[in-house]
Write a protein that binds this ligand. Structure first.
Ligand SMILES: Cc1ncc(COP(=O)(O)O)c(C=O)c1O
Length: 314
């Protein structure tokens, strides 16, 4: 499986990883992130991360004795405010944690972000932890800017992937990390004692499935179609939306409908209207009210149409 991953990374991102020393199979993306943080962060180290953020980052940083340093993404489009990042980088900064395509907003890194990140990390030892679990779920002909494509960034990056996302098998809990051998050696010191090895029979099954690139190179078509079905189904509603660029999450802005807090509205929609969403404020360190809910469109098309009917009446 590691050989297949090395071949895939070379083909997609032009980066060569040694299957023996630079690729490790993990029990999903969450374990990969936890282990990468435990392996690199010590007491007092600072980790810059961007909010709203996926929920497993900060607990791992704190457990390792590190300090999460939160930078808020711009509320207009959830892009990174690099001026803010420059202000918080210090001699204690050990890691910058990025996630593209981004959960919960669906935003993706642009070439200008890559330039900024390269500049900021040029003369220091900052490690990049890059959560790229949605690498294949990206729409409208956009490109995924993996850290692996940029040698200066790849040399300092631990990159996390998840078969749960790519092959739609969340419960199989299998993923992998790639990174330069010095970082991977540290990663494996922790991995050795918290996992030892990821479930072997499942690795054989996934490896066989992975031999055919069609199984992952085209999944964005299916999700893009689902996104579009969901978007058409809610166009007549009072929700405001910008089509998501990646992931299977779509944000809907409800400012024209109510001034309830997003947690209240999400609860009410679930109980009264039987439609579940995640209030985006919960992805912040200090909850921010942007009046947006996150909906998941990795559903049957009929379910998406029914969701559209419900949301159009609200
Ligand atoms: C951004 C992000 N990273 C990592 C994960 C975890 O992946 P896994 O299910 O493989 O543990 C998720 C799952 O929702 C996610 O959204």
């Amino acid at each position: 499986m590691r050989e297949l991953i090395a071949e895939k990374m070379q083909r997609l991102y032009g980066c060569s990883y040694d299957p023996n020393n630079e690729i490790t199979i993990t029990a999903g993306g969450t374990q990969a992130i936890f282990t990468a943080i435990m392996a690199t962060i010590n007491e007092g180290d600072e980790v810059i991360l961007f909010t709203p953020a996926y929920d497993c980052y900060a607990p791992a940083i704190e457990l390792a004795g590190g300090k999460p340093v939160y930078v808020q993404l711009k509320s207009s489009d959830y892009s990174i405010d690099w001026k803010q990042v420059k202000k918080v980088v210090s001699r204690h900064t050990k890691m910058i944690l990025i996630n593209s395509p981004h959960n919960p907003s669906g935003a993706i890194l642009e070439p200008s972000d890559i330039q900024e990140l390269t500049r900021i990390t040029k003369d220091n030892d900052i490690v990049i932890l890059s959560d790229e679990v949605y690498e294949h779920i990206i729409f409208d002909g956009e490109t995924h800017h993996s850290m692996a494509k940029y040698p200066e960034l790849a040399n300092r990056s631990i990159i996390v992937y998840s078969f749960g996302k790519t092959f739609h098998v969340t419960g199989w809990k299998t993923g992998y990390v790639v990174g330069p051998s010095n970082l991977m050696a540290e990663f494996r010191k922790v991995h050795q004692f918290n996992v030892f090895t990821a479930n072997a029979p499942i690795q054989y099954a996934l490896a066989e499935y992975m031999t055919n690139p069609d199984h992952y190179m085209h999944i964005h078509h299916e999700y893009e179609e689902k996104r579009n079905i969901f978007l058409s189904a809610v166009t007549a509603s009072r929700f405001k939306l910008k089509p998501t660029k990646g992931t299977y999450f779509q944000l809907l802005d409800y400012s024209k409908i109510t001034d309830e807090e997003d947690t209240e509205l999400a609860t009410r929609l679930t109980i009264e209207h039987k439609i579940a969403s995640i209030p985006v404020s919960v992805f912040y360190h200090n909850p921010v009210q942007n009046n947006v809910l996150r909906f998941c469109f990795a559903k049957e098309n009929d379910t998406l149409l029914r969701a559209g009917e419900i949301l159009s009446k609200i």
